[in-house]
Each structure stands twice: as structure tokens, then as C-alpha cells.
Design a protein around this ligand. Sequence first.
Ligand SMILES: Nc1ncnc2c1ncn2[C@@H]1O[C@H](COP(=O)(O)OP(=O)(O)OP(=O)(O)O)[C@@H](O)[C@H]1O
Ligand SMILES: [Mg+2]
Length: 281
Amino acid sequence: MSGLGLPALPDNGSPRGPVVSLAGLRKSFGQRRILDGLDLAIPAGESLALIGANGTGKSTLLRMIVRLTEADEGRIEVLGEPVRQLGGASLKRFRARVGVVFQKHNLVARISALSNVVHGVQARRSGPRSWAQCLAPKAVREEAMACLEAVGLADKAMQRADSLSGGQSQRVAIARMLMQRPELVLADEPDASLDPRAGREIMELLFRLTRDKGLTLVFVSHHMAHAIGFSDRIVGLAQGGIAMDRRALHCREAELAAFFEEAPVMASAETMAKPVLEALA
Ligand SMILES: Nc1ncnc2c1ncn2[C@@H]1O[C@H](COP(=O)(O)OP(=O)(O)OP(=O)(O)O)[C@@H](O)[C@H]1O
Ligand SMILES: [Mg+2]
């Protein structure tokens, strides 16, 4: 046990240890308890789909992994780093190792796809030479082109970002994330706001690229077919904790839909109970 009374985490420094270890994680916004003692370990190379009703804390959880949101209590160890203890330069170095893809791709509208991808190198090296592809050193520009090729958009390199479709923009955002050379990838509903085909293609791409590189992927999706098709493991959040944890291979869409029916609606902080739902086990 640690000084905080929390269970000790396994040694993350080992290459076989979990890439993400969360223990006793608690988070409230005002009176509202969002996470109530969540424990989760994600081994290296796993693709994990995080599912749950709106407001169950999926985005909050992803944000806490890179400390964009502060936890109230608990331990967060990611890539061997004690995330809650990091600050300044060490937090910056840590974040550079984690690629994040959001539903909204946040590309710079008025510059080319290639320049947007070049920006991904800023996680590793900053300065004016990472501001645009024309300023970038040859090696950086070539790597950015390779990232665009990896997402199937080499032919759109010089096109302005605001002239790309939603699906193409999300691909550029993935290329920019690859440019970071991440060790862990977090994706919060990368398939939302896209038509069914583009959404599926984005998920296929993320899954394939991370799998090819042996990277750990944690993604949130409201599409149960994507959760099943592109993960090894599906974790369902409800009532402030993990209410379901299953191998994707054993899940069917209808069963996951039932999870949403059966998962208890978020209770108030006063009535919140530790999650006991062993749904579909
Ligand atoms: N910065 C914040 N300030 C106050 N409340 C917040 C903040 N961020 C999130 N919340 C609240 O915390 C709860 C969990 O939010 P979160 O965005 O993590 O849910 P989610 O599971 O990602 O939902 P969705 O499926 O809709 O994306 C929600 O009730 C939300 O309103
Ligand atoms: Mg969310």
C-alpha cells in the first residue's frame, strides 16, 4: 500500500508492464462524482475501446491520462511516468509520447495538409522550422510526407486544410499525430461527425497503424460495431467505475446495446454506489 492508502501499482518500467495503470481514480465536478475509485491496467500493444452512456466520464478519463484534467485522487502511471507528479518540462516530454486524436480535428485551416502534419514534430522539437513545411528541414518534410502517405493522402499534401472533407481532415489529424512518433494513442470519438463509411475507414486506419507499430490504442466510440471490430478489449463505464470489461472477440453488438439499457443511470454523489454491474459476464 502507498502512503495514500492506495494499492501499489505493478512496475511500469518493465517493457511487459502495463502502459497505462490507473488505481483508485476519483474525480468530481462540483457536487457531481464522475469517477469513483476506478482501477484499470492496459497492457502494451492492446487496443481498448471505452464505451458508456453520455456523461459517464470517458473523455474525462482520457484527459486525465495526459493530465489535461486533474484527478482528485488516485494514481495514474502511464509509460512508466507518475503522471500526477509531472510538471513543466517533464509533463511536456511525457505528453510528446502520447498521441491524441479528438472528434474535432483542430487543423489550422489556412495552411496546407502537409504543413499541418509538420506541426506534429513540435512535440519533439520546437522552433520556427516546425511552423510550416517550406521552413522544415528536408528530413522532417519527408517524414511528414510519409505520414500523409500512411493515411492515404499524399496527393492532398499541398491542399489547404479547410478545403478537405471531414474524413480527409481526420486523416490529416492522424498523420500529424503519427509525426509525434507516439508510444501510446488516445482517440476520443475519432469516428463521430463522419458519415458511416468515413467513420469506419478512420477506425480501420487508426487500428491498422497502431497495430502495425505495436502501439497501445485507447479509443472512445459510440459505434458498437467499431468497438467490437477495432479493439481487443471493451471496457464499459457506468456509475463512476468499470461496469463491464470483456474481450472484444466475445462481444456482439446486441449485447453491447443491452449494456446501455442495463447500466444504471449515473446516480447523484450521495447515492452513488461502487459499480457492481457484472453486465454480460
Ligand atoms: N470541465 C468540466 N467542468 C464541469 N463539468 C464537466 C467538465 N468536464 C466534464 N464535465 C461533466 O462531467 C461529466 C462527464 O463528462 P465526459 O465528457 O467525461 O463524459 P463522456 O462520457 O465523454 O460523455 P460523451 O459520451 O457525451 O462524450 C459530464 O456530466 C460533464 O458535463
Ligand atoms: Mg466524451
